[in-house]
Write a new protein. Structure first.
Length: 496
């Protein structure tokens, strides 16, 4: 496969990722149930996986003895628990054999899931039904049926672009008020994980637990750094010395004219701006649209833009942004055109695999490191929240019992998370175990910031282009011009 072919594929993958993450389109009809069954899964999910049906005959919060069951049985009177999603889901009460799933690939786990359905039905005298409402249909159902006091579904799966507004408009139940004290959600979180939304005064959204592979990080050409006599950034990170100053120093050192033709042909840094902005901002305690008030003009966020301006326009250590070709920015690293870049697991694997298909390997060793700590950092590593999240709508009767049944349903693996979480694809994206562990570390602490999927606000147009591409505004001028646009978008977003 030639390089330009790979870039076309990458363009499609990036477009899919942005459609899911941004508020401008419809995602794929179905996510995959296991990690990285193909490259596309790694992009579209951003670390999130399709929820799977579950079985639990052990205690999910403790997992101490196989015969322990923290969930008291009760008779739900034959009630059907409906879960609204936007793809066909397997397995539910409607299915009688594992081959009902045309995409079934693991007969053992498929049988476990189906057996779990039968067990849940018997224990609670209920049925589990997943309703494929379609992307637009699920949004309409949330906005109409819940507001009318008769939610169509007991549980909805949401994308953040419509899940957060639903919560903000009082359409979701506060989980602290309904979840049983013996639940896994607020316990060890083996089965489910909560999305903490401080701005909303509680927890309203939750998701299936899984491998923390949604982190973002910097990739670096270790071969190039070693030739320059630079210390490994991972070692600097471990010593607490991986700072903006060191990052800038390395970017300058990596910017060179390697063939002595008077033109810079290798830059210290290059990549795509969404990850760069998130990585620098979140690891500097900043935010853009994390709450109802704009954060664009905050000290922490302005510091990020000043650093970007310094690297692109003053040091000239960042590869000039190619406004015509997104993938030229994204994939320049695999051609050896940059020493550090905004790394994504799927892209690392794609380029390494493509080189092998051409009969060779990438001519250098690549590694990853967290984004550097800024001057306002709390010294923790953060990545942005992404993926799909469940909510229980206002108006659902016996919501605590609904949640209990669903949580037990989701634990089909009985605490053996190796049955649910297949790390093989994700691990294959990296060249060393140390980098796999670093990637997991980057995905543990997630922050919610809506700037990438906020209707009415275009960061590229208001900030990136004026500062980096057109270079016709200073940081302060760009921020002042963009601030009211962002606030208007936030006001509309949060308006009831």
């Amino acid at each position: 496969m030639k390089k330009n072919c790979r870039k076309v594929i990458a363009a499609l993958l990036m477009l899919t990722m942005l459609i899911v993450f941004a508020s401008c389109g419809k995602p794929e009809a179905k996510n995959t149930a296991s990690i990285g069954t193909n490259t596309k899964t790694g992009v579209t999910d951003n670390g999130s996986k399709e929820p799977v049906s579950t079985e639990n005959e052990t205690k999910p919060a403790e997992q101490t003895a196989e015969d322990e069951d923290p969930y008291p049985a009760f008779d739900f009177g034959g009630r059907t628990i409906k879960v609204g999603i936007w793809w066909d889901y397997y397995y539910t009460s409607a299915h009688t054999k594992i081959t009902d799933d045309p995409g079934m690939s693991n007969a053992e786990t498929a049988q476990m899931k189906l057996d779990n359905v039968r067990r849940i039905e018997k224990k609670y005298n209920c049925r589990i039904e997943y309703v494929n409402l379609g992307w637009n249909g699920i949004i309409e159902s949330i906005n109409t049926s819940i507001a009318a006091g008769s939610p169509e579904c007991d549980i909805y799966l949401t994308d953040l672009q419509f899940g957060i507004p639903a919560v903000a408009n009082g359409l979701a139940q506060r989980l602290e008020d309904i979840v049983p004290e013996y639940s896994d959600l607020f316990g060890k979180q083996v089965v489910l994980k909560p999305l903490e939304t401080k701005e909303l005064g509680g927890t309203y959204l939750f998701a299936e637990q899984g491998i923390p592979m949604s982190g973002i990080y910097l990739g670096y050409n270790w071969t190039m750094m070693e030739e320059l006599g630079l210390e490994d950034p991972q070692e600097l990170y471990k010593k607490g010395q991986w700072t903006w100053e060191k990052f800038r120093e390395y970017a300058i050192a990596g910017t060179r004219d390697t063939n002595n033709d008077g033109m810079i042909d290798v830059y210290g840094f290059g990549g795509v701006f969404p990850d760069l902005v998130n990585g620098l901002m979140m690891n500097n305690n900043g935010s853009i649209a994390a709450g109802k008030q704009e954060g664009l003009s905050s000290k922490e966020t302005v510091e990020v833009f000043e650093l970007i301006n310094q690297m692109y326009n003053i040091d000239k250590s960042a590869r000039p942004w190619n406004a015509e070709d997104w993938n030229d920015n994204l994939l320049a690293w695999s051609d050896g055109k940059v020493m550090m870049w905004t790394a994504q697991a799927w892209a690392l694997k794609q380029e390494a695999d493509a080189a092998l298909q051409e009969g060779s390997e990438l001519p250098f060793e690549y590694r990853i490191v967290p984004y550097p700590f800024g001057p306002s950092s709390d010294k923790k590593v953060y990545s942005p929240v992404s993926g799909n999240w469940y909510m229980i709508p206002v108006g659902v009767k016996d919501a605590g019992k609904v949640f209990q049944i669903f949580e037990e349903f989701m634990n089909w693996h009985k605490g053996d998370t190796s049955l649910r979480d297949d790390p093989s694809w994700f691990e294959s994206c990296f060249q060393r175990l140390e980098d796999v562990e670093m990637a997991y570390e980057c995905g543990k602490n997630l922050k919610l910031d809506l700037w990438m999927n906020l209707p009415g606000f275009d960061f590229g147009e208001t900030i990136w282009w004026p500062i980096v591409v057109n270079k016709d505004k200073t940081v302060s001028q760009a921020v002042e011009a963009a601030k009211p646009v962002l606030q208007d978008a936030l006001d509309a977003f949060w308006k009831k």
